[in-house]
Every structure is written in structure tokens, then in C-alpha cells.
Write a protein that binds this ligand. Structure first.
Ligand code: AMP
Ligand code: MG
Length: 397
């Protein structure tokens, strides 16, 4: 058994970046990794502009309030007005460029309109309600770094500097296979003794959320030859092979032997709970990750080990989930050798509550959880003490 930190180190050391790039429409950039930094060729906003619907004035024209000024022009968003005539106000709307000479916007709520004049009721302070050019982004600013995984705000930011297409790393092609004579695809009748292949759906959606292309080799029977054949087919078509199940110590667990026959196992059994039987190696020169079959074990090992590996290969710079220290509303006595990941929920009081059933086969424990609490091996966690908390948003997608 190897520690989680050592296992992760070993995986990441083998996670060579794909490097190949392509361009995609900015709107399709979600979940992809930026292959070049984005340098802005515009300022955002491009000009000083109004933050309010109101009147553009020159503070020096207002000795006291109320003060009545003629309205000399009307400036709507999208139009550049004339310079502000001395002793006048300009009607202006949110987002409209500030006319030259104006040094404050009086919101319309602080004015009264009288025929073609406006009465300013509150004394403005110079600069008020003016958004300066470049407030968000300066011309030439580096707005996004290479290796950024694009989330909706990044997509919006790239669009705000005018980019219709983005350079991204190509998707990692991941071949998946599911071992187990008991597996049946959802949608089919369930004979006695069989279970649905839920991991296929779990793993496929986890991979898609990471921007991977999934090649599904389907269900593989618990036989050595069939497993070897499936591994070969997977390796021929993919940048990474992930298997599910069959990697434990039972007689029907043929995955390790099959990988050894077609390549090698570099690492097996990680000191974590759930997820101990995780395997890592290669098949025909293609990296291989063997996830345990129990759905929660697969989910935890995928999130903590496979996800950083995949992200690194896809060129991302943020690989590991960020843990937040939170107080436990539970007690754990974990005298064992394994680091444990408990399914927890954040309570109204801002503490962590453990899901009552922590069995690795109980997927409802994750579906109803907000995240995982990371409990060190051999530790005794008293109620109220701090533990690292990994929100699901840091683990999925
Ligand atoms: P294994 O790792 O093959 O020993 O499987 C451990 C447990 O996970 C067994 O109870 C399996 O029936 C279950 N299991 C394995 N593969 C899947 C799958 N694809 N979907 C749901 N459960 C699975
Ligand atoms: Mg099995």
C-alpha cells in the first residue's frame, strides 16, 4: 500500500501534457484549457462612461443646489456625444460615453426636469458615477493565463475583449471499460443477481465535465482474455485507458493480470478509504488507471487521483482540489492506516455533518453530499475540531 501523496506524485510525474492545440468558438470553450495567454487588444470599457441614467455635468458650474441647467444634448449608450457646453447638462444613460468637459454624473433620482432644463438637487462630487476607461481591463493587459480551465466567467471575459475563437489544448481521448459479469445496461431488464452499470454513467459524465472525449468499450466479462483484448482495443484509440472494477484481490478480478500481460502495473493499492484497490500502469505505452468497482470508491479515486492526472495532461495549471478548513460536527476515530474521505454536508451552522452510511457501495452518500472531509490516517477527530473539506465543485468538473 502506498500513501495518497506518494501515489499522486507518481501519477503526476507520468502525466505528460498533450501539447496539441486547436481553436474553438469562444462559446464552446467551456471546460477546455487555454493554450495561450489572452492579451487584450482593447480597453474595457473603451471610454469613460456613465454608471447611471442621469445628467452629465461640470461640478464647477454648480456653486450651490438646487441649480438649474439647460439640457444641451442627449447621449445614449453606443454614441459619442459633443463636448459638454459650459453651464449646461447632458442627458445621459448608463454605459454612454462621458462627454469631454463633464466631471460628474448626477443620477436622475437627484434631479427634477423642468421643460428643457434640469434642476440638480444634490451637489455632485467630482468623478461620481463615472466608470473610467480600462476600469475592468487595460489595453495590453494579460487577462487569462495559459493553462486556465475555462469556466463561464472566463468565456465571458474572453468575449469582452472581442475574441470569437480561443486557442485550447485538444481534448484528451479517454477509453473506458467496465468489468463485471453482473453488469447490465440501464434501459434493459435486470435479471436476478445482476446490477446496472451505473459507473459507466458516472465515469462518462465525470470525464465529459473535464473536457475529455470518451471512447466507451462497454462491459467486459470477468475473463482474462476478454479483458486483455478490451485493453488492447482501448490503448489503440486513446491517450488514457480507464477501467472500472476487477482490480481487487478476488479470483474474478483479472484487470491487473491483463494489464501486466499487455504492459505493466506501476502502482497498486493506495492507503485511502474508500478506493484502496486503485491501480496505475500502462498498456501498449498508453497510461492506464484501474478504478475500483464500488461506485463511491471509483468516484473518490477518480476525483483525487485521476482528475489531477487528466488535468495535467490537458495542460491545466490548477490540478488539485483546494481544501477549506471546516469544523466537524461529527467524531471519528480512524486508527487505521488509510486516509479516509467522508461524505459530508455543510450544516446551517457552517459545520460538517457526516452522511450516516459511509459504505463504498452507497452512491446516495455522494448524491446527498456537499463534499468530502479529508481525515488523516490514524487520527482522532473530536467534534468541533477542524478538518480539510473538499467541496464537490472542486472535485467534479
Ligand atoms: P469489483 O471492483 O469488480 O470487485 O467490484 C466491487 C463492487 O462494485 C461489486 O459489488 C460490483 O458489483 C460493483 N461494481 C463493479 N462495477 C460496477 C459498475 N460498472 N457499476 C456499478 N457497480 C459496479
Ligand atoms: Mg468485479
Amino acid at each position: 500500500m502506498i500513501s495518497l501523496d506518494r501515489a499522486l506524485e507518481q501519477l503526476l510525474a507520468q502525466a505528460t501534457a498533450l501539447g496539441q492545440t486547436e481553436t474553438v468558438a469562444t462559446v464552446d470553450g467551456l471546460g477546455r484549457v487555454l493554450a495561450e495567454p489572452i492579451i487584450s487588444s482593447v480597453a474595457v470599457p473603451p471610454l469613460d462612461n456613465s454608471e447611471m441614467d442621469g445628467y452629465a455635468v461640470r461640478c464647477a458650474d454648480l456653486a450651490s443646489v438646487p441649480a438649474s441647467l439647460p439640457v444641451s444634448q442627449r447621449i445614449q449608450a453606443g454614441r459619442v456625444g459633443e463636448p459638454l457646453a459650459a453651464g449646461s447638462a447632458a442627458r445621459i444613460f448608463t454605459g454612454a460615453p462621458i462627454p469631454s468637459g463633464c466631471d460628474a454624473i448626477v443620477p436622475q433620482e437627484s434631479t427634477q426636469l423642468q421643460a428643457d432644463r434640469v434642476v440638480v438637487l444634490a451637489m455632485p462630487t467630482p468623478g461620481q458615477w463615472i466608470r473610467p476607461a480600462g476600469m475592468d481591463i487595460k489595453l495590453g493587459a494579460r487577462v487569462l493565463e495559459r493553462g486556465t480551465r475555462l469556466r463561464p466567467p472566463h468565456v465571458g471575459l474572453a468575449a469582452s475583449v472581442g475574441l470569437a475563437r480561443l486557442p485550447v489544448y485538444r481534448r484528451l481521448r479517454v477509453a473506458v471499460l467496465f468489468t463485471g459479469d453482473e453488469l447490465v445496461m440501464p434501459g434493459e431488464a435486470l435479471p436476478a443477481g445482476r446490477i446496472y452499470n451505473s459507473n459507466r454513467f458516472l465515469l462518462t459524465t465525470l470525464l465529459r465535465a473535464l473536457g475529455c472525449e470518451v471512447i466507451d468499450l462497454g462491459i467486459v466479462p470477468d475473463q482474462l482474455e476478454a479483458t486483455r483484448r478490451a485493453l488492447r482495443q482501448a490503448a489503440e484509440r486513446a491517450d488514457l485507458v480507464i477501467s472500472c472494477g476487477g482490480v481487487s484481490v478476488g479470483e474474478a478480478d483479472h484487470v491487473r493480470a491483463a494489464v501486466q500481460a499487455e504492459g505493466a502495473i506501476d502502482l497498486w493499492q493506495v492507503a485511502i478509504k474508500p478506493g484502496k484497490p486503485l491501480a496505475f500502469g500502462h498498456v501498449l505505452g498508453v497510461p492506464f488507471i484501474g478504478l475500483p468497482g464500488n461506485p463511491v470508491s471509483g468516484l473518490v479515486t477518480f476525483s483525487i487521483l485521476a482528475r489531477p492526472f487528466i488535468l495535467k495532461r490537458q495542460g491545466a495549471f490548477e490540478l488539485s482540489p483546494r481544501a477549506i478548513p471546516m469544523r466537524a460536527d461529527f467524531e471519528v476515530n480512524q486508527p487505521g492506516m488509510r486516509r479516509e474521505f467522508l461524505r459530508v454536508r455543510v450544516t446551517r451552522r457552517g459545520m460538517l455533518e457526516a452522511f450516516p452510511v459511509q459504505n463504498a457501495a452507497v452512491l446516495t452518500s455522494v448524491a446527498g453530499a456537499d463534499g468530502l472531509a479529508d481525515i488523516a490516517a490514524g487520527s482522532l477527530v473530536a467534534r468541533g475540531s477542524e478538518v480539510p473539506y473538499l467541496p464537490l465543485s472542486e472535485l467534479f468538473g
